[in-house]
Ligand binder design. Structure first.
Ligand code: GDP
Ligand code: IMO
Ligand code: MG
Length: 427
């Protein structure tokens, strides 16, 4: 058996949580492979809404195993809050959740470092989620990190103290004020949360995943963030600190590349981004505001306003290439229901008037302007449609146009936040 991978092709918040939940019944297990509580994955069904941050989106179906892989960074306190609230709503989390002992831990001082680093960068700040993601991955790569498995050893308290002291040195160098009492309280809470996590099944996720595959079980890997936030291929340095691309599933779970089957690439019918950084198709006018209002484009975790714009096919083509996408999933189609016309960026034009279909090294809005194609809107309410045959022709034309541009079939269309508002296409 192989793993299928579902990942975002834009700047995150494409709707990964919803679709993972919808696809979970087809799989025996679901696994998160990177990112941490910077993610906010929203699911809606039976009139209820859940936002998941560290826990995979396959927990609400029929007992599938859900795995937090080694590539994920875990904040014990946020994990505890999330897990307790899910247990309270009746999810048998202990029965289905497995956590890699190689997952790196986010310490309270990682969050302070995240904030101090952002403050020090002032106008050039990334606009991070403030969850300590960058500093935790920095420690991982510089070989200073603490992993969940370390918390099971007697030396853990000493290693934690050494890491904290090293972080405090850096914080001092950054000129950050550290409230010692607040930090001590946060650390106490953190240690209690570690004890809580220890009551879950902590596993060698690479063996678990490969054993499942050898036993003929199917696995869906759930990406966080999106390709344009990938640390290697995204809009660097305005990215997150992990590999959000398909290759991240291999390193973040211990799956060999030849074990990857389908790659589901998920995108919105338009485009959004949170935080700083270039966004060539961003709209600063009434249309951008209209998309934000109709799409409720506010961060699931931070509540921040999402920047909105037209779909960017230059970036999407690039994402399809980097990830080896085999099937596309288009989300939030209903948000554009009332628009007379819809624009799609098919190329960028540089200052000299030259057009390119390649993603440039610096994706700088000052240097590149989008070249748009304008398509007619469908002017139909999509959210109640349940079959492909009932889709309006102008909408089908939009899909066909995107498929041609991206060279990949669109196999699922989402027309509302609820599980039921999903159309599978026969492709
Ligand atoms: P994720 O991070 O990729 O899981 O996406 P988020 O949960 O951060 O953001 C997606 C938002 O869009 C959530 O509020 C979803 O409930 C909502 N959503 C998902 N699919 C659709 C859709 O097809 N139409 C509409 N209107 N909302 C959707
Ligand atoms: P999901 O999984 C959208 C953005 C932040 C910031 C940059 C770096 O819900 O799609 P970080 O805290 O990771 O160091 O911030 O990445 N970002 C996201 N944007 N959706 C996300 O996750 C994001 N996770 C991080 O806004 O610009
Ligand atoms: Mg999100």
């Amino acid at each position: 058996m192989k793993v299928d991978v579902l990942l975002g092709l834009q700047w995150g918040d494409e709707g990964k949580g919803k679709v993972v939940d919808v696809l979970t019944p087809r799989y025996d297990a679901v696994a998160r492979f990177q990112g941490g509580p910077n993610a906010g994955h929203t699911l809606e069904f039976d009139g209820k809404k859940y936002v998941l941050r560290s826990i995979p989106s396959g927990i609400f179906q029929h007992g599938q195993i859900n795995i937090i892989g080694n590539g994920v960074v875990l904040d014990p306190v946020l994990f505890t809050e999330e897990a307790k609230s899910l247990e309270e709503s009746g999810v048998d989390l202990r029965g289905i959740l497995r956590i890699s002992r190689k997952a790196h831990l986010i310490l309270p001082t990682h969050r302070l470092l995240d904030a101090a680093s952002e403050k020090a960068m002032a106008a050039g700040k990334i606009g991070t989620t403030g969850k300590g993601i960058g500093p935790t991955y920095t420690d991982k790569i510089s070989r200073h990190g603490l992993r969940l498995g370390d918390a099971l050893t007697p030396e853990f308290a000493d290693r934690f103290a050494a890491a904290r002291d090293r972080h405090l040195d850096t914080l001092r160098a950054l000129g950050a004020d550290v409230d010692a009492d607040a930090l001590a309280a946060a650390e106490q809470k953190w240690m209690q949360a570690i004890e809580y996590i220890k009551t879950f099944k902590i596993v060698d996720c690479e063996y678990l995943i490969n054993d499942l595959l050898n036993d003929g079980k199917s696995i869906l890997c759930e990406g966080a963030q999106g390709t344009m936030l990938d640390v290697d291929f995204g809009s660097y340095p305005f990215v997150t600190s992990s590999n959000t691309i398909c290759a991240g599933a291999c390193s973040g779970l211990g799956v060999a590349p030849n074990k990857v089957g389908d790659v589901y690439g998920i995108f919105k019918a338009y485009c959004t981004r949170v935080g700083s950084g270039p966004f060539p198709t961003e709209l600063f006018d009434e249309t951008g505001k209209r998309i934000r209002d109709l799409g409720h484009e506010y961060g699931a975790v931070t509540g921040r306003e999402r920047r909105c714009g037209w779909i960017d096919l230059v970036a999407l083509r690039y994402a399809v290439m980097i990830n080896g996408v085999t099937r596309l999933i288009m989300m939030k189609s209903d948000v554009l229901d009332a628009f007379d016309t819809i624009k799609a960026c098919v190329a960028y034009r540089d200052k000299d008037g030259n057009e390119t279909r390649h993603l440039p090294f610096y994706l700088d809005d000052d240097n590149y302007s989008p070249v748009y194609v304008t398509l007619p809107g469908w002017k139909t309410t999509l959210s109640d449609i349940r079959s492909e045959d009932a889709l309006p022709q102008a909408f089908v034309d939009y899909i066909n146009f995107l498929e041609d541009e991206l060279g990949t079939p669109i196999t699922i269309i989402s027309i509302g936040p609820d599980r039921e508002q999903t159309i599978f296409r026969n492709r």
